[in-house]
Ligand binder design. Sequence first.
Ligand SMILES: [Zn+2]
Length: 467
Amino acid sequence: MLTLIEGARLVATLDDRRARVPDGSVLVRDEVIEAVGAGPLEAKERIDRRIDARGKLVLPGLVNAHHHLPQTLTRNVPRVQEAPLFRWLSELYEVWRGIDEAAVDVAARVGLGELLLTGCTTTSDHLYLFPRGQERLVDVEIAAAREMGIRFQPTRGSMSRGQTQGGLPPDDVVQDEETILADSRRLIREHHDPRPGAMTRIALAPCSPFSVTDGLMRRTAELAREHGVRLHTHLAETLDEEAYCQQEYGCRPVEYLRRLGWLGPDVWLAHCVHLSAEEVSLFGETGTGVAHCPSSNFRLGSGIAPVRALLEAGVPVGLGVDGSASNDTSNMLAEARQALLAHRIGADPSRWITAEEALWMATRGGARCLGRDDIGSLEPGKRADLVLVDTRKLSYAGASSDLLAALVFSPFPAPVDTAMVNGKVVVEGGELRGVDVPALVARADAIAEGLLRHASRRTGRDYFEKG
Ligand SMILES: [Zn+2]
C-alpha cells in the first residue's frame, strides 16, 4: 500500500544532516519510508492513501527509553509525594505487591496511550516486580502493546536481593535466580524478534544494585549475550545508592557494573545522575547508553545527570519518562522540554541543551539505546514511524521562526494530531484509534483505588494521606 503524507508545513527528518524540509511530503510503502522531499511528491503508481499534512509539522516518532507502565496506577500517591527514592520505593513496594494481570493490562494501556498521544511510537518498559502467582505480567503488556499498535521493547526485570539479604525490597516480592533466568529464556523464545522492523523485542533488566545479587547480574549478562538481547538496569540514580554500593561492594556503582561485565554497546542504563568525569569517559569508550529521565530525577530530588558531558563523550543518550509514580505522566514531549530546561541553571550558556538536541535524544538517542537503526529518523528505508503535530494551535502562534524548537519550548498539552507506527495510523485527529478513553480511565481508577486500600489495610498505614 502506498501512502502519501503531503503538504506539510515542515518535515523535520532528524537525519544525520538534521534536514528540515518546508512544504514537505513523505511517501510510505507498506511499513517503510520510500521518500522524503519538498513539494508534491508523486509516485509512478497509484497512491492508495493520502494524509493531508497542511498546517502540520511531521517528525519521526519519539522513542521512550525507560518506563514502568504498572506505575500509572500509583500516580501522586499522597504518602510518597515528598519522599526521596529509597523511602518512596519501600512504601510503594507494599502497593505494587498487589498488582495482577488485570492491573497491568489497564496500566499498560493508559501509559502506552499517553505515549502515543504525545508523539512516542516506540517504547521500552521495565517490569521487575512479580507477585507470587503473577509470572506472566510482561506477556500482558506485550498483548496490550500489540493491540494499541505501539512498537514495544519490554525488559524482563528482576529482583533477587530481599531485605534478609541486605536488599531494599521485602523478601516476598523477590524471586530466586533460577526462576528469573528460566522466565527470561521463555520470554526471549516466545517474543523476541531480532529482525529489522521488529515490533517486539525483549531485553533483560535486573532492577538495581540494591535489589539484585551480583550472581544474578553476571548470569543475566551471560544469558543476554548468548541470545543477542540487550541489557538494562537503573544506575547511579541517588547518593543513597552510591553509599549502598560503597558499603556492600566497596566501590562506586559504575565500578560495580564494570567488574560484572555490564558496560558495553549492548547495555543502556537509566538515570546515571551521579557520574564522575572518568565514569563519563568510560561510558563513551565502551558505548554504554544512558536513558536520561529528568522529570523523575527532579520529582525524587535525585539530581541532574551530566548530559552535556555524556553527549561530548559520544555516549548514546536517550530520554525516558520513567515510571508514572515519579513523573507522573508518560508525556514524551514534556520530557523533551524537561531535558531542555534541566541543564541550564549554573551552566555556561554555551553548554546548554538545545531544543534540537532534546528532540535528537528523544528520537535518535533513544533508538541507539534500544539498539535500533531502523527507526528514529525520516529517511528512505526506515520504518514508517512518524507523527504529525498541528501547528495551528495557540501555543504555536508567533513561533514560526523555528517550528521544530516550538515543539520543545512550547509543547502543546493536547495530543499530536496523527501517529503512524510501522505504516499503520494509530492516532488520528488527536485520538487513539479504537480506545474508549473514559472507560479505560474508570477501570484504571477502580483498580488503583483497590490497590491503595489493600496496601493501607495490610500495612496499617494510610496511603490516601500524606506520609
Ligand atoms: Zn525507573
